[in-house]
Design a protein around this ligand. Structure first.
Ligand code: FRU
Length: 496
């Protein structure tokens, strides 16, 4: 039975999405149907389609009681909205259906696991969250909440650990047909830890182990875990809140963390070998991955930063978009990311330049646009005299621009959206240490109307930003202080 709360949300989204024109949205990044979107949820493949749910507050462009929005796609680029899947309509989730995941059951049904949130008033007038893990079962369109919810609650948490911060279950099916899920929690020391639970049937869950503990190293609470094996390494992705920057890592406050290492099957614990940020730009949080039917590990994330997520005008009808889905691999213990290969199908109007040597500001015929896939390679124009700085300015007209600049002596790449049209003194710049030898660097820039994702050196690092610049600003120019040799291959990306 669909509850009144869900029916209202479904009616609302159907009515109000019509007020958002196609041109007001990103072309090939999933945005909220209406209102607000944060984390990707339930990223899964079910009955021939990719399903992506998301943290959703349909009624205004700000975070509120969380629903699950729902969209499906065949290529991860063209999305079709389905009616909202979950609404906060039960006692145990009355204050929100928080993040979670999805799997296909052997009987053909789809199983969603999410965090139910209930705010409990305290004697001192404050509120305290009770977070529990809950299930809903459905057919890819409609979902029934499980009558025995919650399936994991305070009783299933190790002694002394937080019952208030216990959320974001990521489930997967094991080779032997059993299920595991990783849930974010806070240990006795107040910092994040990831708990593992197992189930024979997807419905009855029991505690297995503490997979990994923060020990107050990386931020405080760890949100939205994901755990998988890739290229011979075990990978734990998580989004820590309140991170302290370390060198050029972890500059985002609520940031992202990739730990690579080993998994001990005897103790069900993870041993870390390497740690680094997942994305080095400004807008990236709460990633979730899927193993595609053809064996690719693909990650998608909320393309936003919590610290800047309240700065948009109230009149905006939608706020919140996902990153491009990215194919993951591990090389030398580090996460590499590439835009999903399906993106190549959207390419048209190829423009190519080779060995353009310049030392001032240039524009290149045909190199412009706000929905593009552009690869550039830079090398010194004069082998004996290394240039000082190179920059690409994009989303540009005489008033606005956003830039990516590179200083070879420091080997630092910087994104800067100060002049993108923002009227707020929020964070607009991010610098990252990158690998380059003798002033050579390779960048692939994917622009969609309101974002830029910059893949550095074949996806060794990525810098992601959103920018809400007027679409008429579609110029691109190149700047060099010193002599730079530039190769460019640029495509327009067609809209779905
Ligand atoms: C991460 C997060 C999750 C939570 C959800 C609530 O962005 O805080 O931990 O489930 O958002 O919307």
């Amino acid at each position: 039975m669909t509850s009144q709360t869900l029916r209202e949300a479904r009616k609302y989204e159907e009515t109000y999405e019509k007020r958002i024109s196609k041109e007001e949205r990103p072309a090939f990044h999933l945005s909220t149907r209406v209102g607000w979107l944060n984390d990707p949820n339930g990223f899964s493949y079910y009955e021939g389609k990719y399903h992506l749910f998301y943290q959703y507050h349909p009624y205004d462009p700000y975070w509120g009681p969380m629903h699950w929005g729902h969209a499906v796609s065949e290529d991860l680029l063209h999305w079709e909205y389905l009616p909202a899947a979950l609404a906060p309509d039960q006692v145990y989730d009355q204050d929100g259906c928080f993040s979670g995941s999805a799997i296909a059951l052997p009987d053909g049904r789809q199983l969603l696991m999410y965090t139910g949130v209930k705010r409990i008033p305290q004697e001192d007038g404050e509120f305290c969250d009770e977070q529990t893990q809950c299930l809903a079962v459905g057919d890819g369109l409609d979902y029934e909440k499980y009558e025995k919810n919650p399936v994991l609650d305070g009783k299933d948490i190790p002694e002394g650990c937080s019952k208030e911060d216990f959320r974001d279950p990521k489930m997967w099916k094991n080779e032997d047909g059993t299920y595991t899920c990783a849930v974010a929690n806070r240990a006795k020391d107040g910092s994040g830890q990831i708990l593992l639970y197992t189930s024979q049937n997807g419905f009855d869950w029991k505690f297995k182990s503490v997979l990994s503990a923060n020990n107050n190293r990386f931020g405080l609470m760890w949100e939205c875990p994901d755990f998988f094996k890739l290229d011979g390494k075990w990978v734990l992705l998580t989004s820590p809140q309140d991170m302290l920057p370390e060198g050029f890592e972890y500059h985002n406050g609520n940031g992202t963390l990739c730990l690579t290492g080993d998994y001990d099957e005897e103790t069900d614990t993870f041993t870390e070998q390497d740690n680094h940020s997942i994305d080095y730009g400004i807008d990236f949080y709460a990633p979730q991955t899927i193993l595609t039917p053809d064996g690719r590990r693909v990650m998608i994330a909320w393309m936003q930063n919590w610290d800047t997520s309240r700065l948009h005008p109230r009149e905006t009808r939608w706020f919140g978009q996902m990153t491009l889905p990215r194919e993951l691999s591990i090389k030398n213990g580090r996460l590499h990311q590439a835009p999903i290969r399906e993106l190549e199908e959207l390419r048209c109007n190829k423009v190519e330049y080779k060995d353009v040597v310049f030392s001032d500001i240039i524009k290149l015929d045909g190199v412009e646009g706000r929905k593009i896939d552009m690869e550039i390679q830079i090398a010194p124009g004069d082998e004996d005299n290394l240039y000082k700085k190179f920059a690409v300015r994009f989303a540009q007209n005489n008033r606005y621009h956003t830039s990516v600049s590179f200083r070879p002596y420091e080997s630092i790449l910087k994104v800067d959206r100060k002049f993108s049209g923002s009227r707020r003194a929020a964070i607009h710049q991010r610098r990252s240490q990158v690998r380059s030898e003798n002033g050579k660097i390779k960048l692939r820039m994917i622009l969609d109307r309101f974002s830029a994702e910059i893949f550095i050196n074949d996806g060794e690092q990525v810098m992601t930003i959103t920018m809400y610049t007027d679409q008429a600003a579609d110029g691109i120019s190149f700047f060099a202080d010193g002599s730079v040799k530039l190769d460019v291959v640029k495509y327009d990306l067609i809209e779905g």
